[in-house]
Design a binder for this molecule. Sequence first.
Ligand code: SAH
Length: 371
Amino acid sequence: MTVNLLDLDAAGLTAFFAGHGEKPFRAKQVLRWLHRFGQTDFGAMTDIAKGLREKLQSMAVVLPPKLIGDSVSDDGTRKFLFDVGGGNAVESVFIPEAGRGTLCISTQAGCALDCSFCSTGKQGFNRNLTVGEIVGQLWQARHALGARHASGDDERLISNVVLMGMGEPLANFERTVTALRLMLDDNAYGLSRRRVTVSTAGLVPAIDRLRDECPVALAVSLHAPNDRLRDELVPLNRKYPLHELMPACLRYLERAPRDFVTFEYVMLDGVNDADAQACELLDLTRDVPCKFNLIPFNPFPGSPYRRSPSPRIRRFAEILIDAGVVTTTRKTRGDDIDAACGQLAGQVLDRTRRTAPRGFLLRFDQQQVSR
Ligand code: SAH
């Protein structure tokens, strides 16, 4: 069977080489070629014995997801669309800022959680992405952005990675963690744990597992200050309510590379943005060292909500800040190319039958046509 080497982290590659009677250090060499230098051609891996290169050619491939769309927003945000086979496509977004560049990547084709304000969720769920498809988005984005792989240059365009694209990363746990290990590996991307963020809607048992197996920065999509409202916005809350989620955040902090959890909070006009709800939020999170990131709601076709007006968002933030909680409001970027939070749609052939079949026309293509 042919192995896609992008599916394997250091441990996986070591086992792969051991299985073929090769020395463990081959794993390190190959990791560097694949990820640091972006090399896909075994023939060009010059420090690997010729015999082994030939062997690799016959039993392995290097297969990143196919890049089929690349659009740039007026503000420099760049959206990549990847074909992941079977009629599905997923998206990544690169967000350049002064002094850093963040790549937002997807972990599933679609999402099964069905949060009421999220475009990905509304499309239903098809399948988990493979490790090669998750880390392959980083591989491809670096390539497209022209990072200087070969020189080993430290001036990296992508300094941060956030798992905030399509899907729930912790619902695709094993593959996500293997992909995280590659992001952290000095022979691959060498990102620090603080610069890699997993965002979750609150899968409590998986938050504990992540803490034990691969603690990176954690963001939790809170969106509501009480169970009544959160049950409605984030249906997963019915399974893991706030009295379980908050202690899980505290437990995570025992091992987290940062000493706070980021709570994301989408600002929905007249739904979760009242002064009283800000106060309730302060009560709820009193014992958890945290920061708030307010996300102005990004509409999508058919969405039932409106974005809170800016003065309302400012007032909401002020209440949190006055209580001593660091609060930022996410800049809405890339919305002209549908690359803002919650707008990533890609193309998902729903297997949960949640949505009516929508044919094969990509929203991405519709955008291109309508502009
Ligand atoms: N499943 C993960 C990660 C994907 S979503 C999670 O729930 O955290 C990344 C962030 O975008 C989440 O905080 C999500 O709630 C938010 N989001 C989803 N739809 C949005 C929308 N339409 N407008 C603004 N933010 C949205």
